[in-house]
Design a protein around this ligand. Sequence first.
Ligand code: SAM
Length: 250
Amino acid sequence: MSRAWDGRTYDRVGTPQAEWGRAVLERLELAGDETVLDAGCGSGRVTEMLLERLPRGRVIAVDGSASMLDAARERLAGRPVEFVEADLLALDLGGRTVDAVLSTATFHWITDHARLFARLHAALRPGGRLVAQCGGRGNLDRVLARTAGVAADPAYAPHLVGFVDPHRFADAPETEELLRGAGFAAARAWLQEAPVHPPEPPVFLSSVILTAWLEHLPEDLRGPFVDAVLAGLPEPFEADYVRLNLDAVA
Ligand SMILES: C[S@@+](CC[C@H](N)C(=O)[O-])C[C@H]1O[C@@H](n2cnc3c(N)ncnc32)[C@H](O)[C@@H]1O
């Protein structure tokens, strides 16, 4: 699990993720009194939108990053949210179940989707819904190909020996199969192209897309690495995102 998140910066620049989150949330039917698990809540921007839909309900907000949870606690102070710092692969609600799971921009950070879906299925009551979106097959192909080229440069390569891109950008059919294997019924997954032109490309790259690479580099090489990635991409910078949507019933 990548730990190199800076919750405050992500909160400021994570606008595309927040906008996708709003659209994902529209897919989740709610009466308003449910308990919903936000799996990978980050700095809480999407959690806040979820709370608007839960006037009599509550949220369990789970994330593995202390920095992200600090930012979420600040944003959501006084709201009906229980914050849990945990790896989703080891999620354990102590026998409690939730009515729904929402997750945005998170599953591609986790490679073991079979185990992830099994943990989420165990957290849901029978009939509870999983509605999620993450990076899918083809996500950021152009940006990551350029990143691999820069990572091979002798200036950076010695620091990245043994580094493996932590992302799993899964395809729709394999995801449906894994969801069914974890016990979900009516599992549906589909891809969607979602290119983005962030207003602050260097900040967006360093705080959202390249966090896993940068945590392996010494401080003084991080800026040059980001600049080198940007320099090899067409202008204006486009993040060639492809999203994988997931809808399933426990
Ligand atoms: C890009 S952020 C998305 C945050 C928020 N859902 C949004 O849409 O803005 C991804 C989040 O997933 C969390 N994450 C990644 N892998 C995780 C894991 N195995 N367990 C818990 N959280 C994880 C990260 O700490 C990060 O906060």
